[in-house]
Ligand binder design. Sequence first.
Ligand code: ISE
Length: 334
Amino acid sequence: MTVRTGVIGVGVMGAEHARLLSEAISQSELEAVFDVDSARAAAVAANSGARVFDDPMVLIKDDRVDAVLIASSDQTHEDFVLAAIAAGKPVLCEKPLAPTVEGCTRIMRAEAEAGTRLVSVGFMRRHDPGYVEMKRALESDQLGRPLLVHCTHRNASVAPGHPTSMLISGSAVHEIDIVRWLLDEELAAVTVYTPRSAAAAVGTQDPLMLILESVSGVLIDVEVFVNAAYGYDVRCELVADRGTILLDSPAATVIRSSGSAARTVPADWRPRFAEAYRRELQDWVFGIAAGDPARSASSWDGYVATEVAQVSIRALETGQRQEFSLMEKPSLYR
Ligand code: ISE
């Protein structure tokens, strides 16, 4: 079976997903695209032969669209995900599933009413070979129980006035998801620290330091620094009873010259997570073809990420440690 996908939103990430679906993914065709900027949609379609739609809701219902990928602006996600569920179609939604907890809850309710899981959330790090290897090492019991996780998340720069809350809801949300997935447990509480702000950070408190506590007592520190200047850098070190595992920033080459050894650092997340995006889409398409359309991050994971991010923003704003109180996990996701 070939899975024909319609992509809604072909900005930076959506255009990359569209390219992968049309060129790099097996059993996949890019069938349709929509973007609020019709010239952008036409440019993507011209390279792939996809049809351009001027109404995303018509795209979702179209008979030749088997599955929907949503990479439009955050506040539009909920309506498109709900429409895909109503049409009975698998849908992969970029994070956040919805910017509000209420929106995520409505999506979980719609999926429960449909009686089947159709929604995947684009937490691509779950498909990154490095994180997959970390999880495998933890599960093998070679290292014993996890005790601490040290996370670093740096972007080269953001636009002036980037809201400080976005350091949590747009960036640290990846760590929130990946540590839940690695540790296979929920988070219990958060404290957010605000060190001196970087000279390059205009109108933004940057960096932030989050200290998350897991239910079983693992402590996780997350440095989020979005004006790090030198490039994009994501690292993670897990400390366990009998050893540690370090996910370093990977580099294809090291240049040794003039008395130094230099590794290149990517400019942003697209080269760093290129393989993760490819594997995420391939696994999604193979899952749909095999009748198992939602085997990655679920609506439940999307809900938890939004809930934890929102409460962490409250911790930032109040300067107080905050505890998470998640709703009971619906049976569809157990
Ligand atoms: C961006 O929106 C992403 O999702 C990237 O993966 C993340 O690393 C970056 O910090 C965000 O701004």
